[in-house]
Ligand binder design. Structure first.
Ligand SMILES: Cc1cc2nc3c(=O)[nH]c(=O)nc-3n(C[C@H](O)[C@H](O)[C@H](O)COP(=O)(O)O)c2cc1C
Length: 439
């Protein structure tokens, strides 16, 4: 495979990763070209922060390679600037030939990567990178994030070596068809979004749990809160493991739905009648939120767990009095069914859109190949005609030259004859004169 590694590095972290990847690819017999992106003006950490916030753009030196279409895979490296670094964003905007290419993304970050991936920082890094690549219709195959600060998650660590090996293995794999590619990317994105949501909820619930008692509003004991915290923690752990191992990524949404229902049921059990019957609306909200994943099975799955959760609530003596199982279960059932049906229609619509997009992409690719072939044919034809015209012009020129020579010869002979005739005339006259003279 012919691979291009293009990267920007301010303090050497991304560069070290680029070199490690180059070495690994070369050991596997691939040919690797390296492009180091340089901004016209380098700045300090705070300088870049300022430019990023105010201008959001920078200029870079011209590159050796602007058209990357000759490469089988392109690996793009950038430091994590809570988004894509400005020089690499500029570089990606400028280069051509990313269409349908396999793209790998590697980045250096300060914090441990397993932590970074799941807080907003690396999520935004991935999002900004993905947006540019998808605009240019490249196909992101794999991402790798290593720490330049924590040795245990650095390039030379066991974690780093494993990640580099895995990255190079993945770059070799063939590209998915468009629909599968988008669905797979969506699952990865959803999974990460769920981890971010659960992490945010865990942190904010902890803050609330500490702050509320100060205002005499606390309603959970530490023992009760520990159940909630444990549920959050295990959900995050499961989702993170799925993401890290890339196994069973489709299960992420179901784990999310189950955890959300469990968390809400626990909150209702612990809060007791404080929240009143409004608590039932929490289940409906969960259906609606999980409906955004465009998968009716996830909504139905959450609905079934809600029935189970409601059962737990109903057998709780203090809640029994305020609950109305007939009405509540019908409400939960109907809303679950309605959300699942809307979600099903949205999923169908989404799939048909992806199918059409795939068809259009295929037709476009075929058309592009045809146009390219026809253009080449026409170019060859024009070049052939130019050659023919040159040949003919040369032949004509030779003929003109020959004619010129001939005409010069003919005219010369004519002139000579005229001179000779004049001479004969002159001699005749002299002869006449000499005959008439007396001896
Ligand atoms: C503008 C800017 C923003 C950054 N944001 C983050 C961040 O959100 N999280 C993080 O862990 N490191 C952040 N960093 C630190 C870099 O990601 C880290 O130092 C990285 O290893 C630098 O890579 P390099 O040596 O290739 O330049 C930031 C650095 C800069 C300059």
């Amino acid at each position: 495979m012919k691979i291009l590694i293009a990267y920007y590095s301010r303090t050497g972290g991304t560069e070290k990763l680029a070199q490690a990847l180059k070495k690994e690819f070369e050991t596997r017999g691939h040919s690797v070209d390296v492009e180091k992106v340089k901004p016209i003006k380098e700045h300090s950490f705070l300088g870049w922060w300022h430019i990023r916030m105010v201008k959001g753009d920078c200029e870079i030196y011209p590159q050796k390679i602007w058209d990357v279409s000759k490469y089988d895979a392109i690996c793009i490296g950038s430091p994590n600037w809570t988004r894509l670094s400005l020089p690499m964003a500029k570089y990606l905007q400028k280069i051509e030939g990313l269409k349908y290419k396999k793209i790998g993304f590697f980045a250096a970050t300060a914090a441990p990567p397993a932590f970074e991936w799941y807080i907003l920082s690396a999520y935004l890094l991935d999002l900004t990178f993905t947006r540019i690549i998808e605009q240019k219709r490249g196909r992101i195959i794999e991402s790798i994030l290593l720490s330049s600060l924590f040795k245990n998650w650095g390039v030379d660590s066991e974690y780093g070596k494993r990640a580099i090996k895995n990255f190079c293995d993945k770059i070799k794999t063939p590209i998915f068809p468009l629909k599968d590619y988008f669905l797979n990317r969506k699952e990865i994105k959803n999974n990460r979004l769920l981890v971010i949501a659960f992490s945010t909820l865990l942190v904010s619930s902890l803050i609330l749990h500490i702050v509320l008692p100060v205002f005499n509003k606390g309603f959970l004991s530490w023992a009760q809160y520990s159940y909630l915290a444990a549920t959050f923690f295990f959900s995050i752990l499961l989702l993170t493991t799925i993401h890290e191992r890339k196994i069973g990524i489709l299960l992420g949404k179901y784990i999310g739905g189950f955890s959300a229902v469990l968390l809400w049921t626990l909150t209702m059990v612990f809060a007791q009648p404080t929240l009143g019957r409004v608590m039932i609306l929490g289940y409906i909200l969960i259906f609606v939120l999980f409906g955004f994943f465009h998968n009716p099975k996830v909504v139905i799955f959450s609905g079934l767990f809600s029935f189970l959760g409601y059962g737990i609530l109903f057998y709780n003596p203090s809640l029994k009095e305020i609950l109305n199982p007939g009405l509540d279960l019908v409400l939960i059932g109907i809303s679950c069914g309605a959300v699942a049906s809307i979600t099903g229609s949205l999923q169908k619509y989404h799939f048909s859109l992806l199918d059409s997009q795939e068809e259009i992409e295929t037709a476009k690719a075929v058309l592009e190949i045809k146009v390219e072939a026809r253009t080449r044919e026409l170019r060859e034809l024009t070049e052939g005609q130019e050659e023919m015209i040159k040949e003919r012009t040369k032949e004509l020129q030779e003929k003109i030259n020959e004619l010129g020579k001939f005409s010069r010869l003919a005219v010369g002979r004519e002139l000579k004859m005229v001179t000779l005739k004049e001479e004969i005339e002159k001699l005749k006259k002299e002869l006449e004169k000499s005959k008439g003279r007396p001896n």
